[in-house]
Design a protein around this ligand. Structure first.
Ligand SMILES: Cc1ncc(C[n+]2csc(CCOP(=O)(O)OP(=O)(O)O)c2C)c(N)n1
Ligand SMILES: [Mg+2]
Length: 597
């Protein structure tokens, strides 16, 4: 057998771990690995992004929707630096991503050499769970295997750095000798079962309450039946953290939807009025949307002891797998006989959905962005995967879309970075080429990253068994989410120099790539546009002229606060901002009646 170099072994080991795709961009720091991809007939597949940050986002999307871990790769220096934002997205949302990066040759290291960056120091924070440089071949299996196992065990990004000359060395395995560290493949995970006594104490608290609220997050994924049973026994309402939007169906009448600034009024009231709180698999950070201290007795369930016990003064912090822990709890729970609390929640939820529908139907200039989402909602395929970028679309994703069935959805929850919408969609397509994927992205996010990644879509879509990938662009010529944050939090008017975007035709750009590009400037086009995009034979870009004056009203805003906000916008520097303010004020007043209570 021809001798195998380190790069060949690296790819061999990735294949042994079942890795099918590597999201990457080339450079001479990884040239030997590229050559190895060639010798291996592109197995695993080298998925070429336009930019290393996009490669990292694609890996995050792939792991979020595909399960397991994902691999991204970049060259030394600039390539490794470009990966960082995507890797931080993985770190903050607890996603296992293994980054493999090149480094200058060992002979040059420490010589202030071209493209030489101290990558161990640079990656120390983002890959704090594990980052290691491979300097001799015998190290490789152990370092790679650990990077993978630790990424999975800690649900975190890890990184391995391989100097370019090491990649070219003949591979030699660790031997049965002093200072050699052999390694093996695979890992079998335990089910983390809760402690019996703690389950008893948790049940006592949950049985004692009469107004139970549940808060579920992405850590509760896979525990759908158990959550439904517990909610039924406790007569509880269930609010969902943004990353857990797909863990429980919005068709259940007691599911109050998203929580927080992007959340719903029934979730807000659920938390404000409850006397008992059960949190499962969520570390939703915003205390002001949680019950007041001393108001509720609370129990938290989380599989990760490092994440438990924060955010609220919980009485019992139960470490355990969500489904297993809930199953242990169920026999000890007494069914609440008074269903008044539950009935009240259900009435609020049904009123709220009607409010959302009414808000989506308010006329705007030209298209109300909420209507874009509202028209999709009833047309969402049962197996759809939905992503949203950071921007105003995150509000409408959270509030307007009714998830049900096996629909999956995600966004950059904790880093809240701009730019992952389209690359997450691409990652989703590689993880599930047979499922339709829908991306919502602002025009700012498209100009930052999304347009370049449409080129990646052009490059690969014909390989996907289901060609449906819809990118809906909220074309408002504004960095709208920040414009609204400035209005609401700074009381400041829009500053066009920072907020207004140059006008670009997203449909035209898509068409130039051979994708479907559809311009929409009339809300009556939306229904048909979704239907066509969801039955098209290729990816579609919906270029929707949305109105930047439609306010993302927070769930807890009262009618009075809304009126005040509208008037404070009006009483600024008329000369410069008058036209915009007039439009905003009128629009806000149109929304007020729907929030009156
Ligand atoms: C990398 C990065 N830069 C800046 C921000 C701050 N930010 C959050 S949303 C937003 C505006 C997004 O604008 P756009 O994509 O056009 O969406 P819109 O809100 O207009 O729908 C900005 C600048 C961020 N979250 N991430
Ligand atoms: Mg915008």
């Amino acid at each position: 057998m021809a001798s195998q170099n380190v790069a060949d072994f690296l790819l061999q080991r990735l294949r042994d771990w079942g890795v099918e795709h590597v999201f990457a961009f080339p450079g001479d720091g990884i040239n030997a690995i590229l050559a190895a991809f060639g010798r291996a007939d592109d197995h695993p597949m080298f998925v070429q992004a336009r930019h290393e940050e996009m490669a990292a986002f694609e890996a995050v999307g792939y792991a979020k929707f595909g399960g397991g871990f994902a691999v991204c790769m970049a060259t030394s220096g600039p390539g490794a630096i470009h990966l960082l934002n995507g890797l931080y997205d993985a770190k903050l949302d607890h996603v296992p991503v293994v980054a493999i990066v090149g480094q200058t040759a060992r002979s040059a290291m420490g010589g202030s050499y071209q493209q030489e960056v101290d990558l161990l120091s640079l990656y120390k924070d983002v890959a704090s769970e594990y980052v290691e440089m491979v300097t001799v071949p015998e190290q490789l299996p152990n370092v790679l295997d650990r990077a993978i196992r630790i990424a999975l065990a800690e649900q975190a990004p890890t990184a391995i750095i391989i100097p370019s000359d090491v990649q070219e060395l003949d591979y030699s395995a660790p031997t049965h000798a002093f200072k050699m560290v052999p390694s093996s493949l695979g890992v079998e995970w335990p089910t983390v079962a809760p402690d019996d006594a703690a389950i008893g104490r948790a049940a006592e608290i949950l049985n004692a309450g009469s107004k139970v609220a549940m808060l579920v997050g992405s850590g509760a994924r896979g525990a759908r039946a158990e959550l439904e049973q517990v909610a039924d026994l406790l007569g509880a309402g269930v609010a969902k953290a943004l990353l857990g939007k797909d863990v429980l169906s919005d068709e259940l009448p007691y599911v109050t939807g998203s929580i927080g600034l992007l959340g719903t009024r029934p979730s807000y009231e659920l938390m404000m009025d409850c006397d008992t709180l059960l949190t499962v698999g969520s570390s939703f950070p915003y205390t002001q949307f949680m019950p007041d201290f001393g108001q509720a007795r609370a129990v938290q369930i989380d599989v990760d002891a490092k994440q438990i016990g924060m955010r609220y003064p919980y009485e019992v912090n139960l470490v355990g797998d969500a489904a297993t822990t809930l199953r242990a709890l169920i026999p000890l729970l007494q069914r609440k006989t008074d269903r008044g609390w539950r009935e009240d929640i259900e009435a609020k939820v049904s009123r709220w959905w009607a409010t959302m529908q009414a808000e989506a139907m308010v006329d705007a200039d030209p298209v109300n962005p909420m209507r874009l989402f509202a028209e999709l909602s009833p047309r969402l395929p049962q197996d759809a995967i939905v992503t949203a970028d950071s921007g105003s679309s995150a509000n409408w994703y959270a509030r307007q879309l009714k998830f049900h069935g096996d629909i999956r959805g995600s966004l950059s929850g904790n880093l809240a970075t701009m730019g992952p919408g389209v690359p997450y969609g691409i990652g989703a397509k590689f993880a599930h080429p047979d499922r339709p994927v829908i991306v919502f992205a602002g025009d700012g996010a498209m100009q930052m990253n999304g347009m370049a990644e449409l080129i990646t879509i052009k490059h690969y879509w014909q390989q996907w068994t289901d060609p449906r990938l819809v990118v809906a662009v909220l074309h408002n010529n504004d960095l709208n989410q920040v414009t609204w944050e400035m209005r609401a939090m700074e009381g400041a008017p829009k500053f066009p120099e920072s907020q207004t975007l140059p006008d670009v035709s997203y449909a035209g750009f898509a068409a130039s790539l051979g994708l479907r590009g559809v311009e929409i400037d009339n809300p009556d086009q939306l229904a048909g546009a979704w239907e066509q995009a969801l039955s098209a034979d290729r990816p579609t870009v919906l270029d929707v002229r949305t109105d930047p004056n439609v306010p993302p009203i927070p769930p807890h805003a009262t009618f009075e606060q809304m009126k005040e906000a509208a008037s404070s916008i009006l009483h600024g520097d008329e000369d410069r901002w008058g036209v915009v303010k007039e439009g905003v004020k009128t629009k806000m007043q149109e929304f007020l009646p729907h929030r009156e209570r």
